[in-house]
Each structure stands twice: as C-alpha cells, then as structure tokens.
Design a protein around this ligand. Structure first.
Ligand code: SF4
Length: 506
C-alpha cells in the first residue's frame, strides 16, 4: 500500500493522518510506504529556474537556500522582520515558478483562476490533464520511481484542505495512467465534509474507487479484508523523522480525540457534519506521547484536537511530556484558577489557541459557545501571568451580531490587549447544513457543487461587505489591534507562533 500526503498544506510538520494510518496498518502487519508529496513537491518547485527580472525576485532567488535553512534554525524566530522576509521571499519564488502553469502556488495555498476546487467538473478536468500542473515534473518523476520499485495494490490519498484539492486530482489522473490497476482510496477532512452533505452524489465514480469519511483506519482494514485487532496503535512517524520540514526541529502532531467534546457551537462545521466525539482514554494518549517523545525527539508537540478536553489537560499536568506543547482549549472554569494555569505552564504548555469568537455575551450565548466573558477575562489574565501565550480566534458577521456587538468585541480586545498574544480574525461562513441554515434566508454561496457553505441574508442587515469594511476601517486600524496583529507570523501563523514565544523564554 502507498499512502500520499498531497500538496499544498503548510510544510512545517509531518502529516498526522498518514502517521495514524501507518501505526494501525503496521500493527496489522500491512506493508505500507508513504510519500509526503507536499513537502517534496514544494521543495522541487523551489528548485525550478525562475526569471528573476526585478529586485524582489533577484533577492528572493539569491537568498532562497539560506532562507529555507534559516527556517530550520531557532535563531530566525527571534527576529520577526527577518523571518517575515524569509517566508515572503520563499512564497514569492513559488509564485514565480508556478506562474507559467497558470497557477499561483504558495507555502499554504494553491490558486488557479480557471479551476475551482469547489466544482467537481473542474477537479475531473484537472485529473484529465495532469501535465498542466506545476507539480507535474515532480509527480511524474517521483511516482514513476515509487511504482517501478513496486506497484502498490492500494493507493490512499489524504485530502484535508481545499488547497490540496486541485493538486490531488492532478496526481490522481497521473496515478491512473502510471498504475492503472491500483485501487485508489480518497479520505481525509475535506472528503469527510463532502460526504456529510445529505445530498451527496459521488461525481468521482470511475476515477476514485473508494471515498472514506472520518478516520480511515477501519475502512482501509476493511478494504484489505482484515478485522481490526484489539488494542490501540500509536501513530508511526518513523518515515518522516529526517525530513526537512520548515520548523526549527521535529514538530510532533498528535490527536487525542476526533470530533469535539463540546460540539454545540451553532456555527461550527464540525457540529454541522455530525461527527461524534471519540476520545482516546487519556492514559493511552499519555503513553503514546511518552513513546513518541522517546522515538522522535520532537522540539514541540502540536495537539490537533478540536478542543483539548479537561481530562486530557489534567493528565498532561500530571504527566508532563518534558517538551513544549500547544493546542486548542476551550475557556472553562479550570482556567480561571491561576494555580492550574501555572501547572499547565510547568507541564510545558507554551501556547493555547482559544476560540473566543466574540466579546459580546449575547452573541456568545446565541452561538451556544458556552463561554462566559467574565471567566474568559480571568482565564486570559491567568494564562498571561503563568507565561502561556494565547492565540485568540474571533468570528465576525454571525447571525446574532450587528455593528454594536462587533464594536463590543473590539472594545473587549482593547481591554485585554496585554493578555492576548495573537489574533485570528475570520468572517462567518454558514455551514450549508448547520442549524442556522434552516432558519434563515439562504442561497448558493459559491458556484460549485462541492461548496460547504451557503450565503444568507443577515437578519440585522450586517452583511459581509459591512463586516469587511468594519474590519478594514475600524478593527485592524486600532493601534492596540495592530500591535497584536504585527506579531502574527505570516503564512505559518499559529504553527510557528510557539517558536516565537519559545525564543523569548531563553
Ligand atoms: S468548541 Fe470548537 S470544535 Fe467544538 S463545537 Fe465549538 S467551534 Fe466546534
């Protein structure tokens, strides 16, 4: 079997989904190879010759190797200006090399003005013309070599983000030509979202053999005719150990659960997709982490859970992994206890990502966010006092928000500016099949059959245009907000923010 991580996702850590599959398949003695076509594909694009006929392009081209090397060293994360220049220059080279193929590739995005990842017809067309892809040279050479070593009977591709969709279908087209007998299995987060649409009709029949929703381990074992054996298998990162991911050390991504233990926020795609919450027993997570820290020697653990459960946080406090870690946590009463926040810090917590969404209590209540703003204030202060950075996520333009509530969010952030490390600002997209969609006047948002969202008429007249204007003209222009936003690492955002935090800890 061959498992592939397709371009493009931020190439700063190994693919967690594939490591998890590999762990389970290994436990069942299935021989499996992996290909991180994301990291390799991006690196191969960076090696293509570019026409550097302006000052920026000449500088980016000249310093390309040193910029890539610098991202692998902690020193760079002490200097935001040098870091930003390195990242933007690398991105610029990717843009230049992909331009000839009519695409705009970056370290975290893939755009092609004539192809939409939201239209199945475009994805099918992409599969029919793999040679049009900027990654074609790499795909051809690498896949030919992999298939000539040994033709896999099954090729599994992990498609998690829209930025992977077009390159994935280019690759599928090529795999169909080079290895026509392989059974092609497509899974991952984006495929799970597609399949959760109640009206889903598979447009990729004949191109893809199996489409898998949710964790893929069971489906792959089923395809192989194997029954799941008892016991849990830890993820296997051994094939990724020596790869030059763009981080200053090996980052260990780890999921202690799928779904979300809260699962009530009305705006949440996770809830709209109806996936159930499935946590690993915390003692298993702790023993996985201990084993992986021993075998992989990571510099940072990235918890991928939608929200780390209180039980998991408490278990980490009792069993510190011995290296820094970060992840998403919900504001809850435990974080209002300064001693607990100090315990988290002692366990290695360097940063918590927090979905605050709004600084207005009525909006939070309408979203069923389960956050009390007074508790949030205490939690943010306690975390700051304990030395834990916060990456706060805000959501504007929800159905219960109008200008006044958005202004309250601005005031809340200004009032807590010294406690907030980083900010992520997003405009609400209504999940097509979430609870809100049923009660509002909605219409197709994007012209594509694979769209996951719907346009809606805002009940308070607070439409996307006004929200955007508020963000551009008022929110982002506030000096307190600007100071926070300036700290955000471009392109890699929360993936690299912990390294900046760690660089100030000495
Ligand atoms: S806490 Fe996060 S993942 Fe959980 S339901 Fe709310 S938004 Fe979704």
């Amino acid at each position: 079997m061959l498992l592939i991580n397709p371009p493009i996702v931020r190439p700063c850590e190994p693919p967690a989904g594939i490591a998890k599959l590999l762990g389970t398949l290994g436990k069942h003695n299935v021989r499996c190879r992996v290909l991180d076509a994301n990291l390799e594909g991006l690196m191969s694009l960076l090696k293509c010759p570019v026409e550097a006929d302006d000052t920026w392009s000449r500088r980016a081209s000249k310093h390309l190797d040193s910029n890539v090397s610098a991202l692998l060293h902690p020193n760079l994360y002490k200097h935001m200006d040098r870091y930003s220049r390195a990242v933007n220059d690398i991105n610029h080279i990717l843009n230049l090399t992909s331009r000839a193929h009519g695409a705009a590739v970056g370290l975290a995005n893939y755009q092609n003005p004539s192809l939409s990842p939201l239209r199945s017809s475009d994805l099918i067309r992409t599969s029919e013309q793999p040679e049009a892809s900027p990654f074609y040279g790499y795909f051809m050479e690498r896949l030919s070599a992999v298939f000539s070593d040994e033709e896999p009977s099954i090729v599994g591709i992990s498609l998690n983000y829209l930025s992977q969709a077009i390159p994935t279908f280019s690759m599928i087209g090529l795999i169909r030509k080079l290895c026509p007998d392989a059974r092609l299995v497509l899974g991952g987060g984006l495929v799970t979202s597609w399949l959760s649409n109640p009206g889903w009709r598979n447009p990729f029949d004949g191109l893809v053999d199996d489409m898998v929703a949710g964790p893929g381990e069971g489906a792959l074992l089923d395809i192989l005719g194997l029954s799941p054996s008892d016991g849990h298998a830890a993820p296997d990162y051994s094939p990724f150990r020596e790869k030059p991911y763009l981080s200053p050390g090996f980052v260990l991504p780890y999921s202690a659960s799928s779904g979300c233990y809260w699962s009530r926020c009305t705006f949440c795609p996770e809830k709209a997709e109806g996936g159930s919450y499935s946590p690993l027993p915390v003692d298993k997570s702790i023993s996985d982490i201990e084993g992986l820290v021993d075998s992989e020697n990571p510099c940072l653990i990235h918890f991928l859970d939608n929200a780390m459960s209180p039980a998991l946080l408490a278990a980490i406090v009792d069993n510190p992994p011995g290296i820094p870690w970060y992840g998403f946590a919900r504001i809850n009463r435990r974080l209002t206890d300064p001693n607990f926040c100090r315990d988290l810090k002692r366990s290695g917590c360097v940063m918590l990502k927090i979905g605050l969404e709004s600084g207005n209590q009525s909006v939070l209540d309408a979203l069923d966010k389960g956050i009390n703003l007074a508790e949030a204030s205490m939690a943010l202060k306690n975390l700051r006092d304990a030395g834990i950075a916060t990456y706060v996520y805000l959501l504007f333009g929800t159905p219960s928000e109008t200008y006044n509530e958005a202004k309250a969010t601005l005031d809340y952030v200004i009032g807590h500016q010294e406690y907030i490390g980083y900010l992520n600002l997003a405009i609400f997209n209504m999940p097509a099949y979430g609870p809100d969609a049923a009660g509002l006047d909605t219409a197709d948002f994007y012209s594509g059959d694979l769209t996951l969202y719907r346009q809606f008429r805002h009940p308070g007249g607070w439409d996307r245009k006004q929200v955007r204007q508020f963000l551009d003209r008022e929110f982002r222009r506030n000096p307190a907000i600007q100071a926070i936003l300036r700290r955000d690492p471009p392109v890699f955002t929360s993936n690299h923010a912990p390294f900046f935090v760690m660089s100030t800890e000495g």
